[in-house]
Design a binder for this molecule. Structure first.
Ligand SMILES: Cc1ncc(COP(=O)(O)O)c(C=O)c1O
Length: 407
């Protein structure tokens, strides 16, 4: 069997006719930049996220870069974020001249630990310079939005939600209200990179906000700071969303619900197979991300108990932890799977504080232990809506082979 980590071609087989027809219409009309499809997508995303404005940009990295600029954050300012994320979450801070402050992650969800965030907000010697917090809903799992809102109010800081991996994920509040990831930040950002839950056939991104002024800033900033053509109020960048990508994304958006459902189903089947194979937590050292996680006011797993309209996890990635594995053992497992046709990935091989380009921040290895441990012990397994039940079973079987015989 050949099971890639992610497969774009199977989905394209199902959408080919419609995609080609709509692209043909656009090309025949000659409108290929910031046209009707982009406006339609902006309206659709604003509706999905439940905010007033959505602004299409060239990619999720630019969305973050523009979001930080829109909050007026620059040299001398600090921004709290996670070291366990894609590079762009942190480079958007430093490229605007500000300095990231890292809080370690929760070892179960891999999301930033909000206790540690509050600790920084309470104890940092230059507290008044902390202007914002960028939480990432990592791997598609929503962070506690209720608590995020409390932190925002209690400490008076701005929040930029990085929703690159979490489109459509939401959170149930203690009073039963369900809110979307991306709806509670001052700004939120999205990526439509092809592998994302809503992915184009090229780059794309989106900024969402309820704030009229921020929205106007972002609309202008994405076209060189030019609210009126050739009149520049500020020095922005060129970050337009391609019309052809918007066409593809509008088509895929109509299927998002079914794609999310299948991702959850796959996650559930993985968990069942692991359990059946005796690979559940503690038995052979394999700890699934889906182990019985009980949070106050909510049961994340097992998934079938979650009400249909409630998606705290949209499984952008299915990441398992091999507790007690050394980096070398985890990498050997990865090779074992690759030689049996199974694609995997490591999100992420090192904390961002350990990257060469961020050495100047002076955050030593050893200071963010949960992040560093996750970098050594975790592995992302194949997950995409078109993955078959047989493929899920095969992946678990091959992991079992390694854990029992070759470790
Ligand atoms: C958490 C996170 N933030 C930001 C980005 C950047 O998005 P893009 O690749 O569209 O620039 C990504 C995408 O990889 C991501 O996973």
């Amino acid at each position: 069997m050949k099971i890639p980590l992610f497969d774009l071609t199977r989905q394209y087989d199902e959408l080919r006719e419609e995609v080609l027809q709509k692209i043909d219409e656009a090309l025949s009309s000659g409108r290929v930049i910031l046209g009707e499809a982009v406006r339609e997508l902006e309206k659709n995303i604003a509706e999905l996220v439940e905010v007033k404005h959505a602004i299409g940009v060239a990619n999720g990295s630019d969305a973050l870069l523009i979001a930080v600029a829109a909050l007026g954050i620059g040299p001398g300012d600090y921004v709290i974020t996670t070291p366990y994320t894609f590079f762009a979450t942190v480079s958007c801070i430093t490229r605007n001249g500000a300095t990231p402050l890292f809080a370690d992650i929760d070892p179960v969800t891999y999301n930033i630990d909000l206790d540690k965030v509050e600790e920084i907000l309470r104890t940092h010697p230059e507290r008044e310079r902390i202007k914002a917090f960028i939480p990432v809903h990592l791997f598609g799992q929503a962070i506690d939005l209720e608590r995020l809102e409390e932190i925002k109010v209690k400490y008076g800081i701005k929040i930029i939600e990085d929703c690159a991996q979490s489109i459509g994920a939401n959170w149930k509040y203690s009073d039963g209200t369900v809110k979307m990831t991306g709806s509670i930040g001052d700004i939120s950002t999205f990526s439509f990179f092809p592998t994302k839950n809503l992915g184009g056939y090229g780059d794309g991104g989106m900024i969402a906000t309820d704030n009229d002024e921020i929205a106007a800033f972002c609309r202008s900033y994405r076209v060189h700071g030019s609210p009126v053509k050739y009149i520049h109020d500020m020095i922005g960048i060129n970050s337009r969303l391609d019309e052809l990508q918007a066409i593809v994304l509008n088509i895929k958006l109509r299927h998002l619900e079914e794609y999310q459902k299948r991702r959850r189903e796959i996650a559930e089947k993985y968990a069942e197979h692991f359990e059946r194979a005796g690979l559940g937590s503690g038995v052979s050292g394999l700890v699934s991300e889906e182990k019985d996680v009980k949070k106050p006011g909510q049961t994340l797993y097992p998934i079938p108990h979650i009400h249909d309209c409630y998606y705290p996890h949209v499984f952008h990635q299915y990441v398992v932890r091999f507790e007690g594995f050394s980096r070398e053992e985890r990498d050997r497992l990865r090779d074992h799977l690759a030689s049996r046709g199974i694609g995997t990935s490591i999100y992420y091989p090192m904390g961002l504080h350990q990257q060469k380009c961020f050495e100047y921040l002076g955050v030593p290895t050893g200071s963010l232990p949960e992040t560093e441990k996750a970098c050594e012990e975790t592995l992302a397994l194949p997950i995409f809506p078109e993955m078959t039940d047989e493929e899920i079973e095969y992946v678990v079987e091959k992991i079992g082979e390694f854990v029992k015989n070759e470790r």
